[in-house]
Write a protein that binds this ligand. Structure first.
Ligand SMILES: [Zn+2]
Length: 114
């Protein structure tokens, strides 16, 4: 009985330790596939290209994302709200920041932002 409790505590401590290490290294949280996120953003209507995609953990339970989206045709008001909701539900990312750019802005940005 007590051995089982020790094993559970060790397992929980190990998970917490791994989360803490990845937090310290500013890594993409392990439950998130950055290529899947990239594909999802590129599949959004009006999104031509993306750059400066960053995903990192704010804490062991909070995740943040920033991305620059090239949308030459502009976007409507609901676009960002829909995207925020999609990220909450699909990827469990609660803190999202999107910068919308057109082609002219992209040229100046890409070299400076990457
Ligand atoms: Zn940019």
């Amino acid at each position: 009985m007590s051995l089982l409790i020790i094993l559970i505590i060790l397992w929980a401590a190990w998970n917490l330790f791994q989360d803490a290490i990845s937090l310290a290294l500013d890594a993409v949280p392990k439950h998130i596939d950055i290529e899947e996120v990239r594909g999802f953003l590129l599949s959004q209507p009006g999104v031509e290209r993306i750059h400066d995609l960053h995903i990192w953990a704010l804490s062991t339970s909070q995740v943040a994302l920033t991305a620059h989206l090239i949308m030459s045709q502009g976007h409507d008001q609901e676009f960002i709200l829909n995207l925020q909701n999609a990220f909450r539900q699909k990827f469990k990312i609660n803190h999202t920041t999107f910068q919308i750019e057109d082609r002219d802005m992209e040229e100046g940005c890409e070299t400076n932002c990457e």
